[in-house]
Design a protein around this ligand. Sequence first.
Ligand code: SAH
Length: 323
Amino acid sequence: MNINKNKFNSVRNTVQARPGQWKYKAKKHLGQNFLKSKEAIKTICDAGKVEKEDIILEIGPGKGVLTEELLKRGAKILAIEKDNDLINFLIEKFESFLPSTPGMDIDTKRLNIINEDILDFDISKYGLLDKKYKIIANIPYNITGAIIKKFLSEIKNKPILMAILVQKEVAERIVAKNRKINKQKTEAVQALPGQSRPCLDSGGKESILSLSVKAYGDPKYIMKVSKKYFSPAPKVDSAIILIDNISDKNFKNNDEEKTFFDLVHAGFSHKRKLFIKNIENLDYQKEKIKKMFEILEIDKKIRAEDIPFYKWIEMKDFLTTKN
Ligand code: SAH
């Protein structure tokens, strides 16, 4: 009998394994689609420039396929898994990498497996508050938005980058390409040379999601991963994205951050309405808004989705400067 088989049998009681092989029924409500493609696993790690001694936060390690590659590259990993059943399996699989006392911080050993919900996870408990770390993960898709929100805008010490697998549609929406806008012709935004790659940038339309990501980092579309490379196969294809250079550099203080997000949320509040109508309810004098459109050369007929990221930053700067 080989060692692996013994290992699988020993966890049979807790994970309902069948003799000889570890059969596990994936849990839909936990977004469990396990990755089968070695190439995709390698590409996620390459995109995240994973190197020896890097500190990685892996969300939802599942059966540990990505964790294995991260260990091979010499990284130190905090793997947060919500599913109790998978935790038992992971602990057996990676026994030799684990600290003797569970829950100890990342300095102690190469791998720490934590049975927690990532949305409740407190980075200060595991020594991540004052360290540079990266998020590398095939995340549960049902909480993509919540994960991005938590790690880009809510927590104090943000990761320096995120290389993650998300639904392909979501990836396209996030990377919506920056374009130049022209005061006279809104149509000019439709097709600027070299910037119209509709399959990769969803026609360049911005959204609350794309702007929220760009506010903190540079999103890049890395690679499509077909649904056939997952088990069980999800209904839609996926894609690897990298959110690089994550920082707070666009916001000098909380007021700037709040102004930006208030503007974005108001701007997209009614999809069919023009941007100028949507922001009428914000607490600014009409004169100021009028001046903003003139000085920043924004077309009054533009819709929020056609305004490129850099213009939103210019508007935030205008609105937070005394003038
Ligand atoms: N990374 C693995 C598994 C991806 S499936 C692979 O590529 O094969 C998503 C994983 O996230 C599952 O293991 C699921 O149990 C876990 N998960 C789901 N919701 C979670 C949450 N709120 N916090 C932490 N892990 C979660």
